[in-house]
Design a binder for this molecule. Structure first.
Ligand SMILES: Cc1cc2nc3c(=O)[nH]c(=O)nc-3n(C[C@H](O)[C@H](O)[C@H](O)COP(=O)(O)O)c2cc1C
Length: 445
């Protein structure tokens, strides 16, 4: 099978930059509606991108609503609304293992997989953002280690629920009157430390067997979860060497769990602003930064790392950088990214805050389509990544420029594919279809 770079589109409202809504071309800066996302989905499919992705957090920090356009729709519902207007593109949504129930989530993603003929994917996160806890009154925000312990069992249970039906369990014989062969139904009867889940879904096994499993969290526990379960891994990496090392780390962990390292696609975040010339692209970036609120950026720096907002008030933004503040970061990856930038540059809090309008610790590009195609090609050829999670800072503008000008270059260079294969998301990513655990056991017996 020809190896191609895989491209996953991170769809964030009017673009990944917090001020993008202010520059939105069409002048309507209200909550983006379905037509906005339909246009984006169709453009992404025209670029033969593998998938589109909606991030999520079951809680919003109020300060963000003052400065940023909010489009925090339920991502699974939004993707389901895009099924009828798309044909090939994968549909990935984040869902939290800390603030969801496994049986319910298993059904929601299996439903999306059925409705889309095998294009669904779940981005597994434990939710670093402590503000979410207040929306689920029955529990305080768990510690990092506990969130991941719960996540491991959560994913196991979801897989057990997805394996509740063997692929050929449906008989549907009007003659015998039998619809399902109950010998091929396997209620999980799961009793664990965090969950007790008994029954099967009321739908047969979905087209992909398991919707694609993505994971985003680069701490030690995050990498362990990724190596154990993930097909696709999102991560912030800023150099080819760092990307290659992280890719190797995840692959080794996968092998330690008896998986094939080739069954993982590492898609680091790549944010970008494009222009037909360097000057035009730089002007685009400068316009975003100029439109951004410094007050927002100061607040957002600790929010990204999951540091309680109450601690920000005491910070002198122009004094020595408050490293100890980030000791309590609930998002280890982002916390580390922030303190690294401060330390490497000897920067103040205010100076660091100005730098985090893109993915903390991630890769950012401002420039021409040729320059971006070169960058993607270099990472891909040198195994720094298996592709990217694209984060256009202005939507739909930077996506349209990417599809019209970068994709043709990547296709001409044999880096990305020219057409969809017509199969499931797993087929597009070159990933195997997981056999049902009970079928495996049956075959072994
Ligand atoms: C490309 C990308 C997408 C992410 N999407 C989400 C998301 O939708 N929701 C979320 O809570 N965290 C998201 N994260 C953050 C991670 O889930 C995680 O909280 C963070 O990396 C810290 O994890 P760690 O503590 O294991 O290092 C994303 C991270 C990356 C790199």
């Amino acid at each position: 099978m020809t190896r191609y770079a895989h491209l996953n589109l991170f769809v964030a409202g009017y673009g990944y930059h917090e001020a993008s809504w202010k520059l939105a071309a069409n002048g309507s800066q209200g909550a983006p509606g379905l037509s906005h996302f339909i246009e984006i989905a169709r453009t992404a499919e025209r670029g033969v991108l593998d998938s589109m992705f909606f991030a999520d957090s079951p809680g919003v920090a109020t300060f963000r609503t003052r400065f940023m356009a909010q489009a925090g729709y339920d991502p699974i519902d939004l993707l389901a609304a895009l099924v009828p207007v798309t044909e090939h593109i994968g549909l990935l949504a984040t869902a939290s293992t800390t603030y969801s129930a496994p049986w319910d989530l298993a059904r929601r993603f299996a439903t999306l997989d059925h409705l889309s003929n095998g294009r669904a994917g779940w981005n597994i996160v434990t939710t670093g953002n402590p503000t979410a806890a207040a929306n689920f009154a029955d529990r305080a925000h768990p510690e990092h280690r506990d969130r991941y312990a719960r996540a491991r069992e959560f994913v196991e249970v979801v897989l057990e629920v997805w394996d509740g039906w063997e692929d050929d369990a449906v008989v549907a014989s009007p003659t015998t009157g039998q619809w399902a062969d109950h010998h091929k139904l396997h209620p999980p009867q799961h009793q664990g430390e965090h969950f007790s889940v008994a029954g099967i879904l009321a739908i047969p096994r979905s087209p992909q067997g398991y919707p694609v499993l993505a994971q985003a969290g680069s701490s030690h526990e995050g990498v362990d979860l990724a190596g154990r379960f993930a097909d696709v891994v999102f991560t912030p990496q800023s150099t080819i060497a760092a990307g290659a090392a992280f890719r190797q780390r995840v692959r080794s962990v996968a092998e330690s769990y008896g998986r094939s390292a080739d069954d993982i696609r590492l898609l680091p975040g790549l944010s970008f602003v494009l222009g037909s010339t360097e000057a035009e692209a730089t002007a685009g970036w400068d316009a975003l930064q100029a439109a951004s609120s410094e007050e927002f950026q100061l607040f957002n720096l600790t929010h990204l790392a999951g540091v309680p907002q109450s601690l920000v008030a005491d910070v002198d933004p122009d004094g020595p950088f408050p490293y100890s503040l980030f000791d309590s970061a609930t998002s280890q990856t982002f916390g580390a990214a922030v303190t690294k930038v401060a330390r490497d540059g000897g920067l103040t809090f205010r100076q660091v805050a100005r730098q985090f309008s893109t993915l903390p610790g991630g890769l950012h590009f401002t420039g021409t389509p040729e320059g971006l195609a070169d960058l993607i090609g270099a990472w891909w050829h040198q195994r720094g990544a298996d592709g990217f999670t694209l984060q256009p800072l202005r939507l739909p503008l930077d996506l349209t420029l990417f599809v019209d000008h970068v994709v043709p270059l990547l296709q001409a260079r044999g880096i990305t594919k020219r057409r969809y294969g017509g199969g499931t998301l797993r087929d597009e990513l070159g990933l195997p279809r997981p056999t049902n655990a009970h079928t495996r056991v049956g075959a072994a017996r």
